[in-house]
Design a protein around this ligand. Structure first.
Ligand SMILES: [Zn+2]
Length: 327
């Protein structure tokens, strides 16, 4: 991706130096809400823990089932919360640098490119668009629903319309999933931005109502559709980016960028993650969809480049809670 000289979003909060020390992190809070064990983060583990649904209402995650830190924590009983970024990181074709400052700059630039597209695009569909905010943090961060930790992975919070990102997630994608390269992170941000569009359409609140009404298994089906639609929206944005040029007149996208996104989608499906970390696959507990579906809907978004073809709910035989926007 050619991004270095492009505009960076001003809707940005640098909270990397925040001192978040209060007790009662998200695991405790959700444990209390969900009637779980309440012992730290054990509640935010694999799907099926009873608490994941609550997280989804208030925070739309990038990965299913919490994240690897919490999965490992549950499986091994060790606290992996304080994982530190490895010093060596294999470079991909484009080196975006490993410094936190470079990562902040990159994330802000991608966020601006997302805003540049979704602002006008939303207007065409009559969506009441507001620009979201990017929060970069390190380790822990205060959110409207409690203290979140980086082992949750990136997430979007509908109530304050903010995307929360710990840039060390990039190392986790590279080291755990082998997903490297700058467009991997662009796809992550585009997925979270997709949740913001869903929020503006009314899907976030509709999902909250559905969760009250449906069994956990039924609700998970809707959750999967919502997540796959966010992947579809990431594809839609990628389509736009294909024709976007830098201030110097060069194409923003480089050879291999789209393949990076597809590669990432193919290793973050619930089936892949469950198999990798538990040795089993249980589709009933999927919350984000299979790897094949994540690739499929990213590709469809990239193919059509519009919202009309993004009704994943209908595709899966469910009623779309908010319908599909039309121009
Ligand atoms: Zn998501």
């Amino acid at each position: 991706m050619r991004w270095e000289d492009e505009k960076q979003t001003k809707n940005f909060e640098d909270r990397t130096n925040d001192k978040v020390t209060s007790g009662g992190d998200l695991g405790d809070i959700l444990g209390g809400l969900g009637g779980g064990s309440g012992s730290g983060r054990s509640g935010i583990g694999l799907p099926g823990g009873g608490l994941l649904g609550i997280i989804i209402i208030i925070a739309m995650l990038f990965l299913g089932g919490g994240n690897l830190g919490s999965i490992f924590g549950d499986l091994t009983g060790t606290n992996t919360q304080q994982q530190t970024a490895p010093k060596t990181s294999q470079k991909s074709k484009t080196t975006m640098g490993d410094s936190t400052d470079t990562r902040k700059a990159f994330s802000r630039t991608v966020f601006q490119m997302l805003d540049d597209f979704w602002g006008p695009e939303s207007k065409e569909y009559g969506i009441n668009y507001q620009s979201p905010t990017l929060v970069i943090y390190s380790g822990k961060v205060q959110t409207p629903f409690g203290v979140a930790t980086s082992d949750m992975g990136p997430f979007y919070s509908p109530s304050d319309q903010k995307v929360y990102l710990d840039t060390s997630f990039q190392d986790e994608l590279a080291n755990t999933y082998g997903s490297k390269g700058d467009y991997t992170m662009a796809y992550v941000l585009a997925h979270e931005f997709g949740h913001h569009i869903q929020n503006r359409i009314g899907l976030a609140s509709a999902m909250g109502r559905l969760q009250q009404q449906l069994s956990k298994t039924e609700y998970n089906k809707y959750s999967v559709c919502m997540e796959l639609q966010a992947d579809y929206y990431a594809g839609v944005w990628t389509k736009y980016l294909e024709s976007r040029t830098t201030t110097k007149g060069e194409a923003v996208l480089e050879q291999g960028d789209i393949e990076e996104a597809i590669k990432t989608a193919s290793v973050i499906g619930d089936d892949f993650i469950q198999k990798k970390f538990t040795g089993q696959v249980n589709p009933e507990t999927f919350t984000h969809g299979s790897s094949a579906d994540r690739v499929k809907y990213f590709n469809l978004g990239y193919k059509y480049g519009d919202l009309e073809h993004g009704d994943v709910f209908a595709d899966k035989g469910l009623r779309n809670p908010v319908g599909t926007p039309t121009r």
